[in-house]
Design a protein. Structure first.
Lengths: 209, 209
DNA sequence: GTCTATAGGCAGATAGAC
DNA sequence: GTCTATCTGCCTATAGAC
């Protein structure tokens, strides 16, 4: 179980986060302004500053809430007690739900803009990926021990591969407005883990010298 | 052979593109300004407008030149006459070279910002991915016919999976400043294609209902 | 081709009234 | 909590001299 944050917002603050979240996921952190949020909510920019001192603080709150929600979703998958392969499918489905709303993963988007982010946001983005990696690693290790999943390399590297592949599949599928691209890629990746000869087997060769 | 564009720039225009390219690949299209380019080059913003009417035109030129360079690199891989698996590794190495300079793929970055881009830039980004897909598809089909590559689904879907996985591996590896993350993911992906039981085999299950 | 100067607008942010 | 009003600074872009 991974607890990333305990941030809880209600009322106006929560509504601000809702609006800002969509803006970041569709336009990027550098692609929207306080004026965009204010216009959408029919309040003034000054009111926003009452709830979140600056854009940096708003960004931190966004990641914190998003990560907490994601952690809750993963905990729910664990509680459902499904098979390892089904857990991986449930994991991929979390991404698909985001893509269906024509959004990018919040932290995938912020990963692209990483170099322009204030330090606290950077750290929070990495924590999000770390938490995902930890959860996947556990699923992969248990799955391999139970003979349900098959992969050659370390569970850690395989977890990282899954995260990257899903983030990238979203990244490319969204401009095409085509969720089928994401779903096909997901099938390819997960199917290889559920078959006898998974990725990173003995015959694996380095991709570069 | 895919010819994307024939754009050719020399002198100041080429230097502007060089500087702007790094800025887009590291900070995003919405994360830099004409002032940044001007400062780096020790010229004025007004001089930039002489070469590229506006940021949108500069963006189009950037993608056009990047895509042409990428197409040239793929043609060079073809000319080398390597085995299918080696071609895929060479393809992945193109991405690695970009990541080693701590840059994101230009079009991967622009894919994240897609919704904020002017239409001509959007179209150019999709053309880039389409060209990549076409090239990979050909390598995959020839590789399968020759018994060198193994995958269950269509070559098109597998090509798309590769593009997404490499873009995503870059996206996540860059914030960590860790090229090993990218290389491990690449090994996982490509190894599965070079082994008997590749991804998307008969046992493949849909990732979602 | 590059400059100075400047326009016009929007960014994030603050002060102080209500 | 939300407002009006305002500040400062940066943005893209243009005009016109050299």
């Amino acid at each position: 179980m991974v607890t990333i944050g305990t941030a809880s917002y209600t009322g106006t603050a929560a509504r601000i986060l809702d609006v800002a979240e969509v803006l970041v996921q569709t336009r990027g952190f550098n692609g929207f302004s306080y004026a965009d949020i204010a216009a959408e909510m029919n309040i003034t920019k000054a009111a926003l500053h009452y709830h979140f001192a600056g854009k940096a603080e708003l960004g931190e709150a966004l990641i914190s809430r998003y990560a907490a929600r994601f952690a809750d979703a993963l905990a729910a998958v664990d509680s459902a007690g499904a098979q390892p392969a089904a857990k991986l499918e449930a994991y991929a489905h979390l991404y698909l739900d985001v893509l269906r709303e024509q959004r990018m993963c919040l932290c995938g988007m912020l990963a692209a803009e990483y170099q322009t982010l204030p330090e606290p946001m950077r750290a929070a983005v990495l924590r999000f990926f770390d938490a995902n990696e930890t959860w996947l690693q556990e699923v992969l290790e248990h799955g391999r021990a139970a003979g349900a999943l098959h992969f050659g390399g370390s569970a850690r590297d395989t977890a990282r591969m899954i995260i990257g592949s899903l983030e990238g599949a979203m990244l490319v599928a969204r401009p095409y407005g085509d969720t089928a691209r994401f779903e096909a890629a997901t099938r390819n990746i997960l199917a290889a883990l559920a078959t006898a000869e998974g990725p990173g087997g003995a015959r694996a060769q380095p991709a570069s010298g």
